[in-house]
Design a protein around this ligand. Structure first.
Ligand SMILES: C[S@@+](CC[C@H](N)C(=O)[O-])C[C@H]1O[C@@H](n2cnc3c(N)ncnc32)[C@H](O)[C@@H]1O
Length: 298
């Protein structure tokens, strides 16, 4: 099955955060501060675990014997799904002794995939409490509860001691975090000297208007898309050095083809489908899924 960004059947409620913000829908303006409440309101989806279990049962799976591969169409909330997670894992040169941090872990799909593949302990943190509840149930359903632990909290103020992780990753989260400087400083704080961090976000790579909705934001109020250079400057100021940078536009080809083929074309007066809108932005060279591999000095 082709893994897309979010499997449609279990998509968290398509609520907007208009009740918590004063921004217009379809605005092209980016907000300097993204409100944690508005972000959680957008992402939360009560009953997500039940919807995943129901969908998998309907597909003929035994939900008492799940694996990250079976769950992948439902719990990898980023362009490229599990293949992209494996790519990120490869950039981190993982071994079983590594303590890995997944920042903005969502329902824990990437954390489970990496823990199962590399037998390392993965700690996840996410702002959306529903994802942590769901992810904890999915950990147990995969028998991965001793290798994966998920916590509710903000990437900007993580409840972890300094230098407690050997590796960190962040998949499609920075688009919701305006304060890249604090984000990078927090990641640097919790990593050991010499620790590696891979950020895989959708970044601005070309000129042109960004219109909404996009999968991570119904409007500009919760979107904080930035250029790779902005990430790199914030990372370098926090004590990272850039090891490599990778444009994922080609790797996103399957996502684009699938979305353009399956999502409705825009109709006058209606907002576009958010996944199709992302595909259009990637195809037109305004946005690109981008990986940055960073090493903390030391
Ligand atoms: C598009 S989802 C990606 C989830 C996961 N990384 C994955 O790839 O499956 C973005 C996630 O970022 C989380 N998030 C946004 N801002 C955050 C913050 N300041 N701290 C922690 N998590 C945050 C959201 O709650 C959401 O789960």
């Amino acid at each position: 099955m082709l893994t897309i960004f979010f499997k449609d059947a279990i998509l968290p409620g398509d609520k907007t955060s208009r009740d918590k913000t004063s921004r217009d829908n379809n605005s092209t303006r980016e907000c300097a501060v993204t409100s944690p409440d508005a972000i959680e309101t957008y992402y939360r989806g009560q009953g997500l675990a039940e919807r995943i279990f129901t969908a998998l049962t309907d597909e003929g799976h035994d939900i008492s014997r799940l694996t990250p591969e079976i769950l992948a169409p439902y719990d990898e909330f980023h362009v490229g799904g599990m293949a992209a997670t494996q790519r990120v894992a490869g950039r981190l040169h993982l071994s079983p002794s590594h303590r890995v941090l997944d920042i903005g872990c969502g329902a824990g799909g990437p954390a489970r995939a990496i823990a199962a593949a590399h037998q390392c302990h993965v700690t996840g943190i996410d702002l959306t409490a529903d994802f942590i509840t769901t992810g904890t149930r999915l950990n147990a359903a995969c028998g991965l509860q001793t290798l994966v632990s998920l916590h509710h909290g903000s990437a900007l103020d993580m409840p972890f001691g300094s230098a407690g992780f050997d590796r960190a990753m962040m998949l499609h989260v920075g688009m919701n975090i305006a304060d890249k400087s604090t984000l990078m400083a927090e990641v640097a704080r919790v990593l050991v000297p010499g620790g590696l961090f891979c950020a895989y976000d959708v970044m601005r790579v070309g000129d042109g208007e960004i219109s909404f909705p996009l999968p991570w934001a119904p409007d500009a109020s919760v979107s904080a898309v930035e250029t790779p250079d902005t990430y790199i400057t914030a990372a370098e100021n926090a004590g990272f050095e850039l090891l490599s940078r990778h444009d994922g536009t080609d790797a996103a080809g399957a996502f684009i083809t699938h979305v353009i083929a399956t999502k409705p074309a825009p109709t006058p007066g209606q907002p576009p489908d958010r996944f199709r809108n992302l595909a259009v932005h990637i195809e037109s060279g305004i946005l690109a899924p981008t990986e940055l591999v960073l090493r903390k000095a030391g």
